[in-house]
Ligand binder design. Structure first.
Ligand SMILES: [Zn+2]
Length: 423
């Protein structure tokens, strides 16, 4: 059997594969406080393509960090957002697969398959009583048919991808996440239940499921939406997962995965309360924001580091449309709020750091600049060794920021400090 993921796990991205140790230090700090969080190093095909790296490099960096710090607990390397066309190059080096079928949502399954699904699940054609929910989930044959016509084909596609991986790695040789988050249409609790029933029918031992929650989960910035509604939905999702595990024989450790989960400070108290109430776990996938801590660390170092950080901003500003295109669904940048590169060139280290670091209490914080730099790593990738050399030169300031960002701003409010954001 696969090594279990554990109750709490964090997905961390490391675009240039230089911060594994600094990231792992945050997990060690949490462990010292008695909270076990499993590190999962995730990197998508999109990131590898933009950086020009191969999946083996993510595995190597993770193994090295684990060895260097003597981490003796489980850890994983996640082939993030893969599909049938991109999974093959991840088969050797990964042991966690995020099967992304968001693009298949709305492609109808064969009519006979939808009919068969309805026949197999009469319990979903009427209001569904779920323990922990005050009201039953309102379903009917028409509702179930509508949901199945949106989600049955994507689940079948997830089954094809799962079996492709399983044929190579063997059942139990890896963990499976199914993600449907990179889409405009949220999946509510009833949709989630139908999706889970269909995943069970496909025989996928799903470890984590990443639905699209209501509200916007933009990369590297706070949640935008109705926090009260989010909490209601998140609680209902936890109830649905518990129900689906017992109804459909899914793995008992199945848990929610929150994608683009870093920086969502305003919903961490809600997530924490909900997890406590259901004694549930969670996988929180941070959004590659470690790269922004590299920029902050470079800027803090001053001199050549600060100059390079400014140069990267200028480059990203000039290419903003091309850089933003692959991330259109998960960023919200107002170009009018981006400072002119000529102005940024004159900034002090403190001004640059204040604009970039995600401190909502700082009036100089600029979420537009932060999001642009978030997707602007291609500029640094093109600098090649010049960028990597400066990362090494400024390792001390960078590592401090990488560790503190994960531990202080994410792990503590979620698992240690009663929901208080510590900055
Ligand atoms: Zn995602």
């Amino acid at each position: 059997m696969a090594v279990p993921l554990g109750k709490y796990s964090f997905g961390v991205g490391d675009r240039f594969a230089q911060q594994g140790k600094a990231q792992l230090r945050a997990f060690l700090l949490a462990a010292e406080q008695g909270v076990a969080i499993t590190p999962v190093w995730n990197k998508s095909h999109r990131e590898h393509t933009i950086v020009g790296s191969a999946p083996e490099s993510a595995r190597r960096a993770a193994d090295e960090a684990v060895r260097a710090l003597g981490w003796d607990k489980p850890y994983f390397v996640d082939a993030d957002h893969i599909n049938l066309a991109t999974v093959d190059r991840f088969l050797e080096s990964c042991d966690f697969y995020t099967i992304d079928v968001a693009d298949a949502i709305g492609r109808p399954a064969e009519p006979e398959a939808i009919d068969a699904f309805l026949q197999r699940h009469p319990e979903l054609t009427r209001p569904v009583e779920v323990a922990g929910l005050e009201e039953p989930l309102a379903s009917s044959p028409e509702t179930l048919r509508r949901i199945a016509s949106l989600y049955l084909f994507p689940v079948q596609e997830a089954g094809r991808i799962y079996r492709h991986i399983e044929a190579r790695k063997g059942r139990g040789g890896f963990l499976t996440e199914v993600s449907m988050d990179e889409t405009g249409r949220p999946q509510g609790p009833l949709e989630l239940l139908v999706i889970l029933a269909a995943l069970a029918d496909e025989g996928i031992p799903v470890a984590t499921i990443a639905p699209k929650f209501t509200g916007r989960f933009n990369k590297g910035v706070d949640y935008e939406g109705d926090v009260v509604q989010f909490e209601r939905e998140f609680l209902a999702d936890l109830a649905v997962i518990r129900h689906a595990v017992s109804q459909y024989g899914l793995p008992p450790a199945l848990k929610l995965s929150v994608h683009s989960g870093s920086d969502k400070f305003s919903i961490y108290p809600a997530i924490r309360r909900a997890l406590e109430r259901f004694d549930a776990g969670v996988h929180l996938k941070t959004a590659g924001t470690t790269w922004l801590e590299e920029l902050i660390g470079l800027a803090e170092a001053g001199g050549a580091g600060l100059a390079l950080a400014k140069e990267i901003y200028s480059g990203a500003y000039a290419q903003r449309e091309a850089l933003c295109a692959p991330y259109a669904a998960v960023i919200a940048i107002d170009p009018a709020r981006l400072p002119d590169p000529a102005e940024v060139t004159g900034w002090s280290a403190e001004q640059f750091v204040s604009a970039l670091r995600h401190d909502p209490a700082n009036p100089a914080f600029n979420p537009h600049l932060r999001q642009l730099l978030h997707v602007g790593y291609k500029i640094a990738a093109k600098m090649g060794e010049r960028y990597l050399d400066l990362l090494r030169d400024c390792e001390e300031t960078i590592a401090r920021n990488v560790t503190a960002n994960l531990y202080e701003r994410h792990m503590r409010p979620l698992f240690l400090d009663g929901g208080r954001v510590v900055s």
